[in-house]
Design a protein around this ligand. Structure first.
Ligand code: PMV
Length: 301
């Protein structure tokens, strides 16, 4: 017999940020994507409080946040406090981490256990409120941790954990946000002409998944696929001159491969750097915010 849920007065949920290593945009059309959970975190603390559910503290003023969270949380009786060191609007999954952390906090407050299927379904409701029709890869990897290969699938999400090492990644921030929904709509409007490019992205992602499964993946080969991926993302119209510049800067400072990560139009570039020092130094000299990231461990299942 399972234990009866014991509701609490206050509860916390946490979830990591993400990066898409390969397959953004093509994942919307059923191709695979490889995503990594990274060690940046959002924490949601829910407290029971009389009156309409409201935001207490939050690190961002985005009018979409409360309506999005109310797709899962009750209209009344809660105060929502959010803390986060996930950059917002940079393709690092700030909304996905918020979604998963909220779903976890709500289950903890109600004293319920939570499996991946429910986390993903409730996370989808929140993500849809932010982004329209997302593929679901962002909040899947935030919920699962580690590295995954994800497909949207007609019958629901299909994913496999990847045994990916903690790749030496440096993030370079373009300083501007991309509008995911608008970028996804832009890609849709360029179909079917760009379908062969989306196919190539899917094939490239499958090759990358194979490479990463090796006991010690060859970073130069991984890097070559990241470079190729960036060119394909440029071909479907989601890069910008600034993102291309950041890719070139990282490559000339020693990165073995670099690409935009996420929807594009702004956001960040990820660079694979066997030696991160020179890339971080080159970025600092050019006054580009840059930092190293590490893969977050898989969630216990
Ligand atoms: O959340 P972002 O901005 O990193 O982009 C998500 C990735 C896309 O493939 C562009 C959209 C999606 O729903 O998968």
């Amino acid at each position: 017999m399972s234990a009866r849920p014991v509701p609490r007065a206050e509860a916390v949920g946490r979830a990591p940020a993400k990066l898409i290593l390969s397959g953004e945009h093509s994942v919307v059309y059923g191709h695979p994507a490889i995503a990594l959970a990274v060690r940046r975190e959002t924490t949601v603390r829910l407290e029971r409080r009389p009156g309409p559910t409201a935001l207490g503290s939050a690190p961002f003023a985005d009018p979409r946040v409360l309506p999005a969270l109310l797709t899962v949380l009750p209209e009344d009786g809660l105060c929502i406090n959010i803390q986060s060191d996930v950059p917002v609007g940079r393709g690092m999954g700030s909304s996905a981490a918020l979604a998963v952390a909220t779903v976890r906090a709500w289950a903890a407050l109600e004293g319920r256990s939570l499996d991946f299927a429910l986390t993903h379904a409730q996370g989808f409701a929140i993500e849809r409120a932010f982004h329209g029709q997302p593929s679901g890869v962002d909040h899947a990897v935030s919920a699962l941790g580690g590295a995954i290969c994800y497909r949207k699938g007609a019958a629901g999400p299909d994913w496999q954990a990847l045994r990916c090492p903690d790749l030496p990644l440096v993030i370079l921030d373009s300083g501007s946000a991309g509008d995911t929904a608008a970028l996804v709509a832009g890609v849709a409007s360029r179909r079917p002409g760009i379908d062969p490019v989306l196919e190539r992205m899917g094939a490239l992602t499958a090759r990358l998944a194979q490479l990463l499964a090796a006991p010690a993946p060859a970073l130069r080969q991984v890097g070559r696929l990241l470079d190729e991926n960036h060119k394909l993302l440029r071909d479907i119209g989601v890069s910008t001159p600034r993102l291309d510049e950041l890719v070139a800067l990282a490559r000339s400072a020693g990165a073995v491969g670099a690409k935009l990560a996420g929807a594009g139009g702004g956001g960040v570039v990820l660079a694979l750097c066997p030696d991160p020092g020179p890339v971080l130094a080159a970025a600092a000299q050019a006054e580009i915010p840059a930092f190293s990231v590490h893969v977050a461990p898989p969630e216990p299942r």
